[in-house]
Design a protein around this ligand. Sequence first.
Ligand code: GRG
Length: 303
Amino acid sequence: MKQNQLAFADWLQECAEHVEHVLDELLPAAGTAPARLHDAMRYAVLGGGKRVRAALVYAAGHACPISGSTVAVDASLDRAAAAVELIHAYSLVHDDLPCMDDDTLRRGRPTTHVQFDEATAMLAGDAMQPLAFELLAEMPIAPALGLQATRVLARAAGSLGMAGGQAIDLGSVGRTLSREELQTMHSMKTGAMLACSVSLGGIVAGASSSVRQALDAYAQAVGLAFQVVDDVLDVTADSASLGKTPGKDAADNKPTYVSLLGLAEARRFAHELGEAAHRALEPLGEGGARLAQLADFIVLRDR
Ligand code: GRG
């Protein structure tokens, strides 16, 4: 995937199609034994999703001046983009299980445990995680950068990141959280994987520490903005545009930015975060153009 002159919507679409193709190639082929498990993995990962995390990997990678082989960087960005989408897809499969959010609709289709069965869905999620790390281990970059990337993904997905945020979320049903507690939960549950996607792009491209700092500040802002908008969409969108069940947060009595701040203030906060993301990109100049457009997409999205 190259930074080029495409309009943003076309570029995002191209990213989505490209990573879909990469995932299709890198997942075990349909019918590979054990076939039911691999079919469930392919069902959960392929054919849907906005692919925002993959787009963040590509945009961050291409925001950095690249020294050395662009072929190796491109192949590595593909694996990093596929890895974050695998971890994300696993989290959705597990989150939809009856023991967690108990949802039947995801990406406009039956959730994986509904389409297959609970045990297969659990195993499919379990198997997507090591596959993500296998892909990072295969990146044709300097071993030190590969190790850094592995650590960053492990930290973002683990108990101090996404899984920990999910644990806080499950433990806070029916409780009133302070704004600070809500932000901590979301920065772990959702923000960590979005931030990790940006970091992986920078690591793979060998970004300087000043560029990494700018990328980190950008990632913090868009990670939180994504969740604030998710909370807004949960009350304003319908299931056809959202591809999942709206109104779940209120029905489950979950604390959200809308329940904490009200709809108008939550929207205003999302815009503020979008502006913070733009400011963070200033040191990157024109190189940060796609990241800036992605920040706008995250704030203005309707699905
Ligand atoms: C099960 C360890 C574990 C974690 C689950 C990500 C997550 C943690 C739960 C998903 C619940 C949820 C809807 C969170 C809100 C933010 C979010 C991650 C939305 C889904 O991401 P999108 O909109 O999905 O990028 P697509 O389908 O476009 O990829």
